[in-house]
Every structure is written in structure tokens, then in C-alpha cells.
Ligand binder design. Structure first.
Ligand code: MG
Length: 192
């Protein structure tokens, strides 16, 4: 079974954030470091609050990542089960509501459900999913090292160019269409 992260895999959270931190704070979100200094914000909680506000106010403007939606449609048709997402977005009701709304806007004909891991590590939740797609090596490597997943697809993004670790099961890949092709070819081998 396969599961997916949302931001950086399906929704273009980084471009939305880049646009809005520039409009609201006049600062540049650096995609390659995945970090921005927001004036007046000192700690992680304050930072997360500001990000949550941006997410809440801009649910209608977040775009899908190229090839993501049509590829999820292929997964959905093939697996015949709701697409399962795991996200580190805040598990507060307002954020859960807007996340649901923006996914529904893009995934019109696809059933899905979302698990909010909050501040926990994703590998704690991945039992039962042998394949996982994420844009952060830090989410894939622990799950691979603990043998929770066998295949970790890393969507190539500016913020994951620095190698954090290596594992035979981690595949750097350009987009979800390539994930689908690999996944399906592998399935066919087992079916024959
Ligand atoms: Mg992500």
C-alpha cells in the first residue's frame, strides 16, 4: 500500500508561502533552505502560528504540483481505495478544515483521507504502508531505517538537495507521474 505527503508532493505550499510572506512581511522565503525570517517572530511556535494564518487565509490560492492530480487519479482507479495522506500540518480544526477544502477543490473525483501527525514523526504512523512519497528526506529515512516502509519516493524539490542520508530504498524522483510509473511497473511484475 502507498501513502502520500501533501505539501511539496500534491499542493504547492512553498510557492503560496513565498508569495504571501513577501506580500505580508516583505521578506523572501528561501525555497532552498525552506526557511524565512519573519520580523518580530522569535520562536518555533510563533513561526508556526504565522504560517497557520497564511494557510488559513489562502486556501483558495494554493495550486497543485504539476502531474500530481492526474497521477493520484491513476492510483485511485488502480487501488480502488481512498488515497491516504499523512501531513505535518497543524492538527487544529481550522487547519484541518482548510486542508480538506483545498484537497477537495483539486481532487474532484478522488476519495481520500488525511492523517494529521502534528508534531510527531511520520514514521510512527506509517505502519502498513510499504511505499511513502514525501518531499523531505527526514520523513523517509527513519521509516526506511526502521523497515516500516520498503520504498521512499523523494520528490525532487529545491529544499531537499542537501543529502541528509542514503538508503537503497530511497528514490529521488521528479514528480508523481514517475512515482506512478514505477509503482505500476513493479505491481505488474508481481501480478504476472
Ligand atoms: Mg511536505
Amino acid at each position: 500500500m502507498i501513502a502520500f505527503d501533501i505539501d511539496g508532493v500534491v499542493l504547492d505550499f512553498a510557492s503560496m508561502l513565498q508569495k504571501h510572506v513577501l506580500i505580508e512581511f516583505g521578506v523572501e522565503w528561501n525555497k532552498s533552505t525552506y526557511y524565512v525570517e519573519i520580523p518580530g517572530v522569535k520562536d518555533h511556535n510563533g513561526f508556526k502560528e504565522e504560517i497557520d494564518k497564511i494557510v488559513l487565509n489562502n486556501v483558495d490560492t494554493i495550486n497543485a504540483i504539476p502531474k500530481a492530480i492526474e497521477s493520484l487519479e491513476l492510483f485511485y482507479k488502480y487501488l480502488k481505495t481512498p488515497i491516504r495522506f499523512f501531513t505535518a500540518r497543524s492538527n487544529v480544526p481550522e487547519i484541518m478544515e482548510v486542508t480538506q477544502a483545498s484537497l477537495e477543490r483539486h481532487l474532484v473525483d478522488i476519495e481520500f483521507d488525511v492523517v494529521y501527525v502534528g508534531e510527531h514523526k511520520k514514521d510512527e504512523y506509517l505502519t502498513g504502508y510499504r511505499h511513502f512519497v514525501d518531499d523531505q528526506q527526514g520523513n523517509l529515512l527513519p521509516a526506511l531505517n526502521k523497515n516500516i516502509i520498503t520504498c521512499g519516493y523523494l520528490i525532487d524539490q529545491p529544499w531537499n538537495q542537501k543529502v541528509e542520508g542514503v538508503h537503497d530504498g530511497m528514490i529521488r524522483i521528479s514528480n508523481l507521474e514517475t512515482v506512478w510509473n514505477l509503482f505500476y511497473n513493479r505491481e505488474k511484475r508481481f501480478l504476472i
